[in-house]
Design a protein around this ligand. Structure first.
Ligand code: SF4
Length: 279
């Protein structure tokens, strides 16, 4: 069984690539993954999310050893990992009224909040389970490029398994968001291909309120949605081959986009982008 890093060594699709291409901005996808432009800054959400994710990885592994970590030690670990992250990502762009210290305090409270909401009857089966599986369309044809991913945790309670993904959010999730999100589709597809069963998928979300709020959003997927996923990947492949990239400039994502300068001159600099791609 390979690791995500090994699966990344060859061409692949992932939830984040498909989501970026179709739901965020196909031009941002091109700047990142086709033309490979350097990022002009690191959005704070990325750095904060990395430190938070590593903290929860440790929480999951500790639970697998039969111990639920205390909120205070989890908060301390977040602080250590956050400090390390701010040293690695020296070009972090903070939101208004935020800096490294306010993020540290917020992260400490959020880490404690998620541990406080752990169900003691729930057992952790695996942490960071990676998959790389072929995408198969409605005609039964497998795409050349596989889809890969890494499941944060698989948990089990009363014999029922769930895939769990950890999220931080600026606001409470609207009803139905989990049912529309493509991450459960990709991850449940990968898990089904590996294990021949489709469990539930759950988002464990900590909302960055003054006092953090913990939410769980459960969803699942039907086989037909997996076929649709392969069709979307095929569509993306044909659009990428034709360089059909489109700025999504009314999107919420532009403010945190590290390619804003390249985006402004995109309609004049397309030749330059092609040169970068060939390099
Ligand atoms: S600034 Fe907005 S439109 Fe331009 S590439 Fe970034 S996300 Fe896309």
């Amino acid at each position: 069984m390979g690791t995500l890093a090994q699966y990344r060594d060859r061409p692949h699709w992932s939830f984040s690539a498909l989501n970026q291409f179709f739901n965020i901005c196909s031009l941002q996808y091109a700047f990142d993954r086709v033309y490979r432009l350097p990022k002009t800054f690191t959005p704070v959400s990325l750095s904060f999310g990395s430190a938070f994710h590593r903290t929860l990885e440790w929480v999951g592994l500790t639970r697998m050893e039969g111990r639920v970590p205390a909120p205070a030690e989890t908060a301390d670990l977040f602080q250590t990992l956050w400090t390390r992250q701010t040293q690695e990502d020296t070009d972090i762009r903070y939101d208004e009224d935020m800096d490294a210290d306010t993020c540290a305090n917020q992260g400490r409270e959020m880490a404690a909040c998620i541990v406080n909401n752990i169900d003691p009857d729930e057992e952790v089966v695996s942490v960071n389970e990676a998959f790389a599986v072929p995408l198969v369309d409605a005609m039964g044809v497998a795409l050349e490029t596989p889809v890969i991913g890494e499941i944060d945790t698989v948990v089990s309670k009363a014999g029922r398994k769930s895939l769990v993904d950890w999220k931080t959010a600026g606001r409470r999730w609207p009803k139905g968001k989990a049912d529309l999100d493509w991450q459960p589709t990709v991850f449940l597809y990968g898990y089904t291909q590996k294990h021949a069963q489709t469990p539930e998928f759950r988002f464990d979300v900590v909302v960055k309120n003054k006092t953090p709020v913990f939410e769980q959003h459960v969803t699942t997927r039907a086989p037909d949605q997996f076929l649709r996923l392969a069709e979307l990947a095929k569509l993306a492949e044909s659009m990428i081959a034709a360089e059909h990239f489109c700025p999504n400039e009314q999107s919420f994502y532009c403010g945190g986009c590290p390619h804003q300068d390249a985006c402004k001159s995109w309609h004049r600099d397309r030749t330059k982008a092609r040169v970068n791609m060939a390099a």
